[in-house]
Write a protein that binds this ligand. Sequence first.
Ligand code: PEP
Ligand code: MN
Length: 344
Amino acid sequence: MIVNMSEKATEDQIQHIIDRVREAGYQPHVTRGTERTIVAAVGSGRRHEIEALQVAPGVDNVVAIAQPFKLVSRQVKPERSIVRINGVAIGGAEVVVIAGPCSVESREQLLDTAHAVKRSGASMLRGGAYKPRTSPYDFQGLGVEALKILQDAHRETGLPVVTEVMSTEDIDLICEYVDMLQVGARNMQNFALLRRLATIKKPILLKRGPSATVKEWLLAAEYLLSGGNQQVVLCERGIKTFETEMRNTMDLAAIALARDLSHLPVIADPSHGTGKQSLIAAVSRAAVAVGADGLIIEVHPCPERALSDGPQSLDFAGFERVMQALTEPLRPTARTAWAAAEAS
Ligand code: PEP
Ligand code: MN
């Protein structure tokens, strides 16, 4: 349930509602907007006691929260959230580009990539230290060695770093080295991991599971917010469909829908979303057109030698072209740089 306070509600009246929500057995969550304050009653309590607040002083109205997710919903917080990651803001006016290799493979590979993506205009660096691989025989990541390399890359370039966390055991260690923790698609519904990440002070990049509905994705985010971590960025990375030409099917409409339903920033991952280098520019442009607050793109100094996800990784020149493509008008002529690059 949501108690919408009137624009003229006093602090005492707001506090009274907060107290009454608690007395009715719910957890009060207060959102102070520029115009009005909203008090959400979250959890399970005595609903009729909240409904009765209709007539309390300073209350405009009491409405039910239409969706099963509460704290992530725009009903509870109509204004968009901005997540700050060590100097970079996701969810504001700028489209934030996060770039880097799928996996950290060596110091040289990561530092070269970090400098190259920074030169091309990326604002954050990505790189996997612990890799969720389908086969146990594939490269599993360099672990703590990769974390140290990521930290060095941050020190050299100033780019904040995001890396994936797969297990609750690794959380404290990863937090020592990076600025943002990624929950990978395969772990979107690892509730033990989400509950633990809800208690940390670092922002979380929450990827959508390959077979998760938008509702399930937002409920996964609800675990983080309800446990105390408000710093959550959603990431659409493609879902499983009957299509076989692409690694996944990029669900562009889900980006728009997630932004409609939730105040959290939403970014797009065209690398995993398509699995193809050649589609990254077009799908990045499309994602921004439907409202994405940012992009996360895989870049490798030599994609043909990558230990993971080479076919979808751009080389430095390819990444530069994608960054250029993002500045060009939505209906390009045949002569624009990105169209020419696609054709070559
Ligand atoms: C990755 O970012 O390299 C990755 C494994 O992503 P996802 O969880 O979306 O597959
Ligand atoms: Mn990858």
